[in-house]
Design a protein around this ligand. Sequence first.
Ligand SMILES: [Zn+2]
Length: 312
Amino acid sequence: MSYGDPRFDRRYAREYEGQYGSGNQINIGLLVRLIPILFGVCAVGFTMVRGCQQGPFGRVQIVAMKPAQEAKLGMQAFQEVLSEARVIKRGPAVDKVREIAKRLIRATGNESFQKLIGTSMPEFQWELEVVDDRQVNAFCLPGGKIVVYTAILPVAETDAGLATVIGHEIAHALAHHGAERMAQQQMVQIGLTSASFSMGDMDYRKRQQLLQVLNAGAKFGILSYSRKHESEADHMGLLLMAAAGYDPRESIRFWERMSSATGSGSAPPEFMSTHPNHKTRVHDLTRWLPEAEPLYQNSESKSKTQVLPHFR
Ligand SMILES: [Zn+2]
């Protein structure tokens, strides 16, 4: 009997089974684990290929949707927020907020700014509303819908301070951070679901422990990514405010004020909740100042830093 002889195969299979159990069982067991993982890998791969695009500062980003879908969702969220809000239509504070936002929006078309960012700017239908609210917050939804809450005005203190806030928020929207975060969440969800299916035959406690570890890893990954987004929005926002004619050094003063406003033991305002460590932020902004200064010097009209009008 030699290798290749069918009797050899049968005998080999019998001995193999004696030592390791049924070969079929092993293969089926392995398949049960591998198939969900393979499906997961394919689905993540598909998401990556479909959503891959050039992000700011030369990085590659993966987004979950096209700009038109993003803008539609942004519009819906904007209407939802406004339907439950006290929108302030006029007054010196509102005029000032509008003027600052207008300058920043115009600066998104600045060629030197675009060159530094390294991507073309999306076409947005910009809108802005000021909302009377005690939240120290402001945001720019995908598609260019900006909301500024009145409680952030005293903390912003000056027009350059508010340009720091709005510039940072506009940067999140220009960089498609929302669509990128959505793609990450989708991929994490696919990964966790396929991992959970592939552990189908595992004992319940072991499976829960393993899933907890994977979940914690995914959360950590998303958190570190959201810090990356914050830092990128700081960088882009700094360049944008400079191109709009606001002294970029004022951004550091603004963050100092923000940090002392939140350092008194009270919970950080929503605007700060996912934002990076204060020291890192000031260090980074200082590092980026030489890039921002020429934009400020060459901006069409420099705005003299002045205190914002009081809302009340
Ligand atoms: Zn942010």
